[in-house]
Design a protein around this ligand. Structure first.
Ligand SMILES: [Zn+2]
Length: 1052
């Protein structure tokens, strides 16, 4: 069973830079479990504990070493990528953050490889993009994903050496965890990370809830990330002790998911075993959590208010939490999961109808999460509650739940549908992300399950539990609701934004630093600065060349790609394709279908139909409606055959017939001038899916009532969106760089929407027909055959009438199809300042953040087949990879949490982001210095690091198409949107391998130098108001003129 954890602290923040999307994965079970029967293997230390097949095609196998206690859990998944999740149970009884700080220090070198960054450097050579890790409240997990298994197995012993025997040096602690710099400020990578999140609303609310929910002595109440005030007192000795106590082979589980030979894994671990044994026996260990995780439940209801710093005081958050069932009570957990979906998922669910889908909504979302701790915690998060409604909200919530019980109010037909869909959703999740799903199951089992695997076997019987729930009566459901939500005490936290609190926090911090500075005095400060510089030098021990050279890069031919077979609807195109899919589609020829359709055949249980529709013919003044249209369109009434279907029945019908539906802009690869409407169904419901698509596009009824509700939902979410520094930097840049009179993506900018939607809401009161008319014109402009590109993915050979199922849609088109309108690229819609970067310079004040962010753009290649692209990708990787050039010179010196480059060919721009920095102008100055030195050959690029970077770029290309779904999408993106051959990504692989040092110098001088040249690059920085002047001056010294701005200064 999968559930959600508290906020995890991760080594790097996962960001979408367009080049390494790695989330959705596909699976099918394998059947090769004969390893123990093989000759010779009986001598292995490893005993097979259990082999567990599942209803969704993954088989788990668990081994345990009888010599060292190390556990290995393997999940067989057929996919090009192999993932490792190396998990330890980490329990902590204070807020010093030993689990999190230790997680960071592990990457600074190990006994056998005492070099900072060696692991990431080798990971690249294993065809991966570095390594990562997270710290949760109950475990720490180290991760790696490689293309193919060869590199994975080669890296495995080195990784385990880092986990079990890290160097944990004083100098590593100094830079990576905490130190005081020469200016008397507290710094260090972990310290800055916690500075960035400790006072965020979400973190303050959750920590307070945990303090109330869990008693003293229970590890779940700790801040395992480390509170700033504790980090300032922490010592490396304390972390070493924590490591001795918890990082032991018998408390480590190596989870490996993907296609990998079990015998080879155990073989690769032989050296690891021998090394562990050579260290001698360890004292017995008490298993973490098993004692403390089962604590007494809450005795009474508790309500508390928690303030968080924020200038805009209009919206807050309510969190309600209950004690849930024990983690091995799978049936109760499943019952709650289903009940929670019934209560909150979809616009017709009980709580959404009561609180969200109303005029003047009381919140914009209600969401349940359950932890998977020994005793679970169930949390209900209520987002964007208008401040004046907060106090009354909890009573309203419980009165609603009480009403269900009193009036016997469970809609059994909706419940039946939810239970049926749970299994489909699980199968769909497995297709999208089998690795993470499998890992979560193994981690829970390792932390809390019986060692013999009996809990693992129980935990995967999802279908069996659902079958039991299918027999539940109304009274059974109400019993569950009463037992867990009404009869059990709960904690309610009212999270309120406060401008005064923001000022107070800033003032206190300023005073503390001033005092610290005075107390330390000049001489001590100087000493501290020297100590810091010494530590940096000590950390940077040169990595011996032979380590890299001995780690040969596996051949690309060892990677198994997913094959996609493409067919087209012949009426819509002139391309001649010869394959069995095309033959099958051609046979379905009873009528003309004047529509562009591409079919991409992959192995899947589901079929997905997406309509990609150009906004090029939407009148300019209507483009700001894009956000409202997309959010509203799947929850409007529909007119079908002269009959009106209410919006509730539309939502219910969609939920019965589909596994997923969605309306959005573009794809994960960009192309955000296309509206994309998607419906995913089982194969047997293909025609129904198409019918829904037709209803949504042609038959929806815009009503003032529904539009107003949706407009308010968007409006109420805006204050929350405006609290994020990184996304505000992008929004501000987009506002300045794109032409909102031509671009749908620019016109829907969150910075413009407040004024626009307030206007819309007023019109809906006074003159609703004007808005309805506008939206009708918008929709009419979309629904022309020449604007529409249809994409069908799934097992095409199993579809009845793959082509002619579209006949009803074609009958709705009044105009015969002409030539397809070309796909509008972002580069066609730039403002003058976007076309010629160098004219934009702004520093935007954002009161809710403590760090600063910046985004720079320069001109890049505008053609998808530009020969500079391979070298650009390799150069960007060299610069921004983990332990790469920027990492070393920027993150390593505490100037920013991370920086990254992104080449956006569609917009013809290259961007550089500095993420979470104490002062972005300093990080920028450092990046400029590095680029100048590289361009002047004052700093040299190591040939071995170029090989590593190439291999990492190759990984990112493989990861783009690592699941059936993603492989099919790439086929469409390449052939239809980019209009390049289907083999585009594979061709890029060869070009990347062929990149030379000269190519890298060429792109460095042609593009990256401009990033730091006044007049060539656009800059937007975002910072707290107190730092913005300093940042503006910092950029000024480098010749960049930045204008001071507020978010309110942006208008369409
Ligand atoms: Zn971290």
């Amino acid at each position: 069973m999968i559930s959600f954890a508290f906020r995890k602290h991760s080594r790097t923040t996962l960001l979408c830079d367009g080049l390494n999307p790695t989330t959705k994965k596909e699976t099918r079970s394998l059947s090769r479990f004969c390893f123990l029967k093989k000759r010779g293997m009986s001598e292995s230390n490893y005993e097979k504990i259990c082999e567990v097949p599942t209803d969704y095609g993954i088989t788990f196998t668990k081994y345990k070493s009888n010599k060292t206690g190390l556990t290995v859990a393997l999940a067989d998944i057929e996919a090009p990528l192999v993932n490792g999740y190396f998990a330890l149970a980490t329990e902590s009884f204070d807020d010093f953050g030993c689990p999190h700080t230790l997680e960071h220090l592990v990457f600074l070198g190990s006994e056998q490889f005492p070099y900072k960054g060696v692991l990431d450097t080798l990971a690249n050579r294993a065809i991966a993009q570095g390594t990562n890790a997270w710290t949760d409240v109950d475990h720490t997990c180290y991760t790696i994903t490689t293309a193919g298994s060869e590199g994975f197995l080669k890296l495995l012993p080195t990784y385990v050496d880092h986990i079990l025997y890290p160097t944990l040096t004083d100098s590593g602690y100094h830079t990576e965890v905490h130190h005081i710099n020469g200016k008397g400020e507290d710094a260090g990578v972990v310290y800055s990370e916690m500075q960035g999140c400790q006072n965020l609303g979400e973190d303050r609310i959750h920590l307070r809830m945990r303090r109330i929910m869990f008693p003293e002595g229970c590890g779940y109440r700790s801040e395992t990330g480390g509170l700033m005030e504790r980090l300032r007192e922490l010592s490396v000795e304390k972390i070493r002790e924590y490591h001795r106590n918890y990082y032991r082979p018998d408390n480590l589980c190596l989870i490996i998911t993907g296609t990998v030979d079990h015998a080879k894994v155990l073989k690769a671990l032989e050296a690891v075993e021998a090394n562990i044994i050579s260290k001698g026996p360890l004292p017995a260990m008490q298993r973490p959590w098993i004692e403390t995780g089962n604590f007494p439940s809450l005795e009474k209801d508790i309500v508390e208010t928690v303030l968080f710093p924020e200038e805009d005081e209009s919206m807050g958050t309510v969190l309600v939490a209950w004690n849930g069932p024990m983690c091995h009570d799978y049936l109760q957990q499943k019952a709650l999961e289903v009940l929670n979906v019934y209560l909150t998922e979809s616009p017709v669910s009980v709580l959404q109808k009561e609180f969200v889908e109303i005029e003047d909504p009381l919140c914009t979302d209600v969401e349940f999460h359950a932890t998977d701790h020994l005793k679970t915690t169930i949390m209900l998060t209520v987002s964007s509650v208008p401040i004046e409604e907060m106090e009354g909200f909890p009573n309203h919530l419980f009165a609603t739940l009480q009403r269900l019980v009193e009036q016997n109010e469970i809609d059994m037909s909706r419940m039946k549908n939810i239970i049926e869909k749970e299994m489909l959703k699980l199968l769909d999740d497995i297709e999208r992300d089998a690795h993470d799903t499998a890992a979560a199951i193994c981690i829970s089992d390792f932390l809390y399950g019986e060692p013999d695997g009996r809990d693992l076997k129980e935990s995967v019987k999802d279908q069996e539990f659902l079958n039991v729930l299918a027999g539940f009566q109304v009274s059974d459901w109400l019993d569950v609701l009463k037992k867990w939500y009404l009869d059990s005490p709960h904690v309610t936290i009212l999270g309120k934004p406060s401008a005064q609190f923001a000022d107070q926090l800033a003032e206190e911090e300023k005073k503390r630093i001033q005092k610290q500075r005075t107390d330390l005095g000049e001489t001590k400060l100087e000493e501290l600065q020297n100590k810091l510089e010494e530590a940096m030098t000590k950390n940077d021990v040169e990595l011996p060349h032979d380590i890299l050279e001995n780690f040969t890069i596996p051949p690309v031919s060892s990677i198994n790609f997913i094959n996609v077979l493409t067919a087209r609807n012949d009426d819509g195109c002139t391309v001649k394709i010869n394959n069995e899919i095309q033959d099958y589609v051609n046979k379905d020829a009873s009528t003309k279908i004047p529509l562009f359709i591409q079919f991409d055949h992959v192995q899947s249980r589901f079929v997905k139909v997406s309509a990609h529709i150009s906004t090029a013919s939407v009148p300019s003044h209507l483009l700001p409606y894009t956000r409202l249209l997309l959010k509203a369109i799947f929850s409007l009434p529909v007119e079908r055959d002269g009959e009106i279907i209410s919006y509730e029945d539309v939502v219910t019908g969609l939920s019965e017939d589909t596994v997923e539906y969605d309306a959005g802009l573009g794809t994960s690869s960009g192309f955000r001038e296309l509206l994309v409407f998607t419906v995913k169904t089982e194969e047997t419901k293909y025609q129904k899916g198409i019918q829904w698509l037709q209803d949504i596009l042609w038959n929806t009824q815009f009503t003032a009532e529904r539009l107003k509700i949706v407009a308010f939902q968007i409006l109420n979410d805006i204050p929350q969106a405006k609290r994020d520094g990184h996304s505000m930097a992008s929004a501000a840049m987009r506002a300045l760089q794109f032409d909102a009179s031509k671009s749908a993506n620019a016109a829907r900018n969150v910075l413009f929407q407040s004024n626009f939607l307030q206007d819309v809401v007023q019109k809906l009161d006074n003159d609703p027909s004007s808005v309805i008319n506008d939206l009708s014109i918008y929709r009419e402009a979309l629904c022309h055959p020449d604007n529409i590109r249809i994409h069908v993915t799934g097992n095409i050979l199993k579809l009845n009438a793959p082509r002619t199922s579209f006949a009803p849609i074609c009958s709705r088109m009044q105009h015969p199809q002409q030539a397809l309108v070309p796909v509008t690229l972002a580069q066609n819609l730039l403002s003058p300042a976007g076309q010629e970067p160098g004219q934009i310079g702004a520093v935007v004040s954002l009161p809710s953040i403590e760090n600063s962010f910046s985004l720079q753009t320069v001109k890049g290649p505008s053609n998808f087949e530009d020969p500079d692209i391979p070298a650009l990708l390799v150069m960007a990787e060299l610069l921004d990879t983990m332990e790469g050039i920027f990492w070393k010179f920027i993150r390593g010196q505490g100037l920013a949490y991370s920086c990254f480059l992104s080449t956006d060919v569609e917009a013809a721009l290259i961007s550089f982001t500095i993420y979470k920095s104490p002062d972005v102008s300093k990080a920028f100055a450092q990046a400029k210095l590095v680029i100048d030195q590289l361009a002047n050959n004052e700093m040299e690029i190591e040939p071995s690091s170029v090989d590593g970077a190439k291999s990492a770029v190759i990984y990112s290309l493989v990861a783009r198409e690592n699941t059936m779904d993603r492989a099919a999408l790439q086929s469409f993106v390449n052939q239809v949107l980019k209009q390049v051959p289907a083999s585009y990504n594979r061709n890029l692989l060869s070009a990347i391998q062929a990149t030379t040092m000269e190519d890298l110098q060429h792109v460095l001088k042609k593009y990256f130098v401009n990033m730091f040249t006044p007049g060539k690059c656009n800059i937007v920085a975002v910072s707290s108001p107190s730092k913005s002047e300093e940042i503006r001056d910092g950029f000024g010294l480098l010749g960049f003129k930045l204008e001071s701005m507020n978010l309110n200064d942006f208008s369409i």
